[in-house]
Design a protein around this ligand. Structure first.
Ligand SMILES: Cc1ncc(COP(=O)(O)O)c(C=O)c1O
Length: 413
């Protein structure tokens, strides 16, 4: 069979809907000043879909630092991989500051959080080792696990009994292979908003020999007393052996990093293929990240404001009777039930008639019949935004449950 023919015949689970959804449900364009009020299809909408947790994306000091760094260094610098010709004092300073921020000995920068996870997993384990990982892990963890040549055991999401069972299997196996065990989970799960049960997993170290690897993409900057992450929030940061953060969310930037013991980070520096064989993070991103860390340290009110909005949104939704699951982070999923056509009409109504833009998750990402509207509160939302949204959600929920979205006619565009 011809490869392109095969691709034309099977467009993929989401791609098969591209024709109807492109530009609206998928690949929508949010324009104008980045923040809670952005333009979608020519009209301002209240936007709950950006992981701009601390509101840094359009913070004047951040914008100035980014512009100054771009003017001073350009985006070409440094040329080459860190190991060969792409190292700089600024890269090393950022690594030192990130290490202090997440309370680890050392840090290596990566170009994306995704790449950090995939590459670090690939670099750290060999075919004798066993990976034990959470079933609801992000795609970057799954892709890293795919590269692993040894055994992998998955445990039911956030289920410590299941995790322990898999640790028992893994322990038996490595007794024969002579390998080691790596447990991988997330600080905050981006769909449900559940914190990973890091403290309980760390406690299992008393019974089993393993190292714990945590992807804290949503936790860095948002969780813990100083924003040091979910381990800090749960009082078990020391028990996390390898910590990954991204700049794509609370930092409102691009990039990622891996923090751990000095010797582990040195090992990654000299062995992690995606950094050895690829160009280093551009200088403006590094200088921009330094500015963001400074603001996270000196302006704790940003995180306080994020939590004020988060608490108002989540308690308001609950009081209005909505099911927001078991989130214990800013990520706020609102669970509803309905068919795909109903969810389509609901989103159309929400966007076109209430001017609210948020992400929607439906089958095949979640089981058939489940609709998740995912809200990401930020420090730059207001309590009025919260109130307006809860009122609008109550109205659309009434329409959904009274069958009004079953009609195709509701489509407003
Ligand atoms: C849990 C998790 N890990 C990693 C990533 C990827 O981060 P980045 O966008 O920096 O590649 C994301 C972003 O969606 C994420 O939610």
């Amino acid at each position: 069979m011809d490869l392109f023919e095969k691709i034309r015949a099977n467009r993929g689970p989401i791609g098969q809907h591209a024709k109807e959804s492109h530009g609206y449900f998928t690949f929508p364009k949010l324009e104008g000043e980045i923040g809670p009020h952005m333009v979608f299809r020519g009209k301002k909408r209240l936007n709950w879909s950006l992981n701009n947790y601390l509101g840094l994306a359009n913070h004047p000091e951040v914008r100035k630092a980014d512009a100054d760094a771009a003017a001073q260094y350009g985006f070409a610098l440094p040329m080459g991989a860190r190991m060969m010709s792409g190292n700089s004092n600024q890269h090393e300073q950022l690594e030192a500051e990130l290490s202090a921020f997440v309370q680890k000995e050392d840090t290596i920068l990566c170009n994306f959080g995704y790449q950090a996870m995939v590459s670090a997993i690939d670099c750290l384990v060999d075919r004798h080792d066993v990976i034990v990982y959470d079933a609801e892990s992000h795609a970057c963890i799954l892709d890293g696990v795919r590269l692993h040549m040894g055994k992998r055991y998955v445990f039911a999401h956030n289920d410590i009994e299941s995790c322990e069972k898999q640790l028992q299997r893994a322990t038996k196996l490595v007794e024969n292979t002579g390998g080691a065990i790596l447990v991988i989970t997330e600080g905050v799960f981006g769909m449900s908003g559940n914190q990973g049960k890091l403290k309980e997993i760390v406690a299992l170290k008393k019974k089993y020999k393993f190292r714990l690897f945590v992807d804290d993409a949503h936790g860095i900057g948002t969780m813990g007393a100083t924003g040091g992450g979910t381990g800090q929030a749960q009082g078990c940061q020391d028990g996390i052996d390898i910590y990954v953060g991204t700049f794509a969310k609370s930092f409102a930037l691009i990039g990622g990093f891996i923090s751990s013991d000095e010797q582990v980070v040195e090992y990654l520096r000299y062995n992690m293929r995606s950094q050895i064989f690829a160009k280093a993070l551009p200088m403006p991103l590094v200088v921009g990240a330094l500015k963001r860390i400074e603001l996270m340290r000196t302006q704790p009110q940003l995180k306080d404001k994020l939590w004020e909005i988060t608490n108002a949104l989540q308690s308001g939704l609950k009081e209005a009777g909505f099911n927001i699951g078991t989130t214990n982070s800013p990520v706020t999923p609102v669970y509803m039930n309905g068919s795909i056509p109903e969810s389509t009409n609901l989103i159309l109504d929400l966007r076109e008639n209430y001017d609210i833009f948020c992400s929607m998750v439906v089958y095949p990402v979640v089981p058939k019949g489940v609709i998740i509207l995912r809200l990401i509160p930020t420090a730059v939302h207001t309590l009025e935004d919260v109130k307006y949204t809860i009122d609008a959600f109550s109205k659309i929920y009434h329409k959904l449950t009274s069958g009004q979205y079953m009609s195709e006619k509701i489509a407003a565009i």
